[in-house]
Write a protein that binds this ligand. Structure first.
Ligand code: SF4
Ligand code: SF4
Length: 610
C-alpha cells in the first residue's frame, strides 16, 4: 500500500509576536527562533523533495507566527510554483493590506486566523497582548480584500464554549469559507490549561453536526476530533460526511508536521520525531520511518482497541499519548464505552486513510479523469473511491463524467464539487444559482403570476452580488429592497402613506395602461384572499414611508442595527455603509449590505447583528 501526504503542517518558525495560552510550541525562543531554524535554502530543497510524492499537497505554513519570517513570501511563492496548495496558519495581527496582497501575489490560497472570543478582553488575555483581537479582525478583512480565502479557527476552552455559536455566525458574516473548531490537546503551553471535559467535548461535537447546513458557503469543520465521525455514524450510518476527510485523524497516514528545526512528526501535538530533514530526505522519512509505520497498521489498545468505530474514528493518538503515555492507548476524552470486542465498521474514508484505495479498479475515461482533477487534491482519492464503489454496486464497467456526476453528491465534498454534479431539478427551474431548500419554498406562497418574476429577480441580484447560493436571508433582503423601491415610486406619485385603498388610487393613475391595471387587480385579489396576513406587509411599507434618510433608504432591520451603534459613532457608520452600498450596486441599505460593508471596516463590531 502506498501512503501519500495530503496535508503537511509546517511550523516554519517558533518566532512569534504573541504568547498564546494554548500554543503547542513552547515559544520561549519566540523572539529569535530556535537556533536550528531551517534556512530558506533547506526549505526550498525540501519542497522539491515533497513534490516528488505529492506536488498537489496542502501545505499549511504556520509557526509561531509564519509572517515573522521575512522570507515567507519567497517560500510561499516557491511552494505555489511547484503546485502545492499553500495556506497560512496565522494569528492575523501582522496581516496588513500590503502583506495580504504580497501573499496573494506569491500564490497563497488562503489564511486561517485564530479567534478565541469576540470579547476583546477575553481574546487579548488568551493571546497575551492587548489589541490583538482588533488586529486579527483587521487582518482577516485585509486578507479577504486581497482575494485570499479566509478561515476562522477557534480552540474551544471552558472560557469560550458558550460563545462558539456566536463566533460561527460572525465568521459566516465576514465571509469565511470555513469555521474550524480546533480541539485542544494538552501539550506545550496548553498543558497548563484546564481542558474541556469529555461530556463538553461530546456536546460541542454534537452541536457541530447540528449546524453543518446552517451557513451557506461556509463549512463548519471540527479539527482533530475523530469522535465526530463516530457521532455522525450514530446519527446516520449513511451520513455523507462519513466519506470525507472532515475531522479525521490522518497522523502518519496522510498528514504530518515539520517543526522549526526540521523534525518530521506525525502531527503538531506529537513530539515523536520520525527523522529530521537535515540528515535525511523528507521522502525517505515519510516512506520508511517506523514511527509512521505504526499509524499505518494500527493496533489500538484500551477501549479504542475494542471499539467498532476504531477504523472510522480511532481516537486522537496525541491525546492518548498525552494522558496515558501510550500513543496506541485509548482516547480518554471519548464517552463511548464498548462492552466487548466489537466488529470494526469501515467506510470509504477508512480505505482512503489506510491507503487501500490507491489502486484504481475500474477504468476511467480521459474526460472523467480530467474532471476528477478539478477537485482539490486532498479530496480526490475519496471522490475516486466513492465513484468506483458506486460503479461497482451498479455493475458499471467504466467511469464516465456522467457516472462521476451521479456518484458524487454535490454537498458531500463541500467546496470540492464536481461541476454540474447532482443538480437538483428545481434548481434548473429556479435558475443557475442554487437555492437553499427553505428559501426555495418561500416563493410558493406568492401568487402564480408573481412567482416567475421572483425567481428571475433573485437570480439577477444573486449574480450581481456574487452570491453562491440563494438563502432565505438573501430573499428577505431583496424583498425589502423591492418594497422600498415601490415605496419610493409611490412617493414620487404623491403618496404619503399606504393602506389597502392605495391600490385603487394606483389603478386610477395607471388607467391608460391596461397591463399594469391588470397586474394591480391581480395583486389586490390575492391580498384580499389572505385575510389577516397583510398587516405585516402594510406595516413594513409604512416603515419605509417614514424612513427619513435623505441619501439612501434603509430597511427596518438595517435601521435597527444602525441605531444600536454608539451615537458618536453612528453618523460615520451610516455614511460609510451608504458609500459601500452605492459602490456595490445596492439600491437600498439592507442588513445584507451592512454585513458586507462591515467585513471591510474596523468598526464592524459596533453594528453587528443584535
Ligand atoms: S493525533 Fe490527535 S491531534 Fe494529532 S492529528 Fe490525530 S487527531 Fe489531530
Ligand atoms: S472508543 Fe476510541 S475508537 Fe471508539 S469512538 Fe471512542 S475514541 Fe473512537
Amino acid at each position: 500500500m502506498s501512503f501519500v501526504p495530503f496535508v503537511i503542517s509546517w511550523n516554519i518558525t517558533s518566532r512569534c509576536n504573541l504568547a498564546c495560552e494554548h500554543c503547542y510550541i513552547d515559544a520561549g525562543m519566540r523572539q529569535q527562533g530556535v537556533p536550528e531554524e531551517l534556512s530558506t535554502g533547506k526549505i526550498v530543497e525540501t519542497l522539491a523533495d515533497i513534490a516528488k510524492i505529492n506536488s498537489g499537497a496542502v501545505l499549511i505554513f504556520t509557526g509561531g507566527e509564519p509572517l515573522a519570517r521575512p522570507d515567507i513570501f519567497d517560500i510561499c511563492a516557491k511552494a505555489a510554483s511547484l503546485g502545492f496548495v499553500v495556506v497560512l496558519g496565522t494569528n492575523g495581527t501582522l496581516l496588513t493590506p500590503k502583506t495580504a496582497k504580497k501573499l496573494k501575489e506569491a500564490g497563497v490560497s488562503g489564511v486561517g486566523v485564530s479567534i478565541d472570543s469576540l470579547e476583546e478582553k477575553s481574546h487579548d488575555l488568551f493571546r497575551g497582548r492587548a489589541g490583538s483581537l482588533q488586529e486579527s479582525i483587521a487582518g482577516l478583512a485585509a486578507a479577504r480584500e486581497a482575494g485570499l480565502e479566509i478561515q476562522v479557527q477557534t480552540t474551544p476552552t471552558r472560557g469560550n464554549l458558550n460563545e462558539l455559536p456566536a463566533i460561527a455566525a460572525w465568521a459566516h458574516k465576514i465571509g469565511a469559507a470555513a469555521f474550524n473548531i480546533f480541539f485542544l490537546v494538552c501539550t506545550g503551553r496548553g498543558q497548563k490549561m484546564t481542558d474541556i471535559t469529555p461530556q463538553e467535548y461530546e456536546e460541542t461535537l454534537r452541536w457541530a453536526t447540528s449546524i453543518q447546513n446552517s451557513y451557506s458557503g461556509m463549512m463548519v469543520r471540527p479539527k482533530c476530533a475523530p469522535h465526530f465521525k463516530r457521532i455522525l455514524h450514530q446519527q446516520n450510518p449513511e451520513h455523507p460526511l462519513l466519506s470525507t476527510y472532515i475531522a479525521a485523524c490522518r497522523a502518519g497516514t496522510q498528514y504530518c508536521r515539520i517543526d522549526p528545526a526540521g523534525n518530521v512528526t506525525p502531527c503538531p501535538y506529537m513530539d515523536v520525531s520520525a527523522g529530521d530533514i537535515i540528515s535525511k530526505s523528507f521522502t525517505d522519512i515519510w516512506n520508511d520511518s517506523p514511527v509512521f509505520a505504526k499509524y499505518r497498521d494500527p493496533v489500538y489498545e484500551g477501549k479504542c482497541g475494542l471499539c467498532k468505530y476504531r477504523l472510522i474514528c480511532g481516537g486522537c493518538r496525541a491525546r492518548a499519548f498525552a494522558t496515558n503515555g501510550n500513543d496506541m492507548g485509548e482516547d480518554n476524552w471519548c464517552i463511548y464505552e464498548p462492552e466487548t470486542q466489537e466488529e470494526a465498521i469501515t467506510s470509504i474514508d477508512t480505505f482512503a486513510k489506510f491507503g487501500g484505495g490507491s489502486e484504481s479498479s475500474i477504468p476511467w475515461t480521459e474526460e472523467a479523469d480530467a474532471f476528477l482533477r478539478k477537485i482539490p487534491v486532498f479530496a480526490q482519492s475519496i471522490v475516486r473511491l466513492a465513484t468506483e464503489k458506486y460503479a461497482k454496486e451498479r455493475d458499471i464497467k467504466e467511469i464516465t463524467t456522467e457516472v462521476l456526476k451521479a456518484a458524487a453528491p454535490a454537498d458531500r465534498f463541500g467546496r470540492a464539487r464536481i461541476p454540474g454534479a447532482d443538480k437538483p431539478k428545481q434548481e434548473e427551474e429556479t435558475g443557475g444559482i442554487p437555492w437553499d431548500d427553505d428559501a426555495k419554498q418561500r416563493p410558493q406562497n406568492a401568487p402564480d403570476f408573481v412567482r416567475p418574476g421572483i425567481f428571475k429577480l433573485m437570480q439577477k441580484r444573486a449574480k450581481e452580488r456574487g452570491k453562491k447560493r440563494i438563502t432565505t436571508e438573501f430573499l428577505s433582503e431583496i424583498r425589502d429592497e423591492s418594497m422600498m423601491l415601490v415605496t419610493k415610486r409611490m412617493q414620487k406619485f404623491g403618496y404619503e402613506d399606504i393602506d389597502m385603498k392605495s391600490w385603487n388610487t394606483a389603478k386610477e393613475k395607471f388607467a391608460k395602461l391596461p397591463g399594469k391595471v391588470e397586474t394591480i387587480s391581480g395583486i389586490v385579489d390575492f391580498l384580499n384572499s389572505r385575510d389577516g396576513k397583510n398587516e405585516a406587509i402594510i406595516k413594513k411599507f409604512k416603515s419605509f414611508f417614514t424612513d427619513d434618510s435623505k441619501t439612501m433608504g434603509w430597511t427596518e432591520g438595517a435601521r435597527e442595527r444602525l441605531n444600536k451603534a454608539p451615537s458618536p459613532f453612528r453618523p460615520m457608520a451610516k455614511e460609510a455603509v451608504e458609500k459601500y452600498a452605492r459602490e456595490h450596486g445596492y439600491k437600498m441599505i439592507t442588513e445584507e449590505a451592512i454585513e458586507e460593508a462591515m467585513s471591510k471596516m474596523p468598526f464592524s463590531k459596533f453594528i453587528s447583528k443584535p
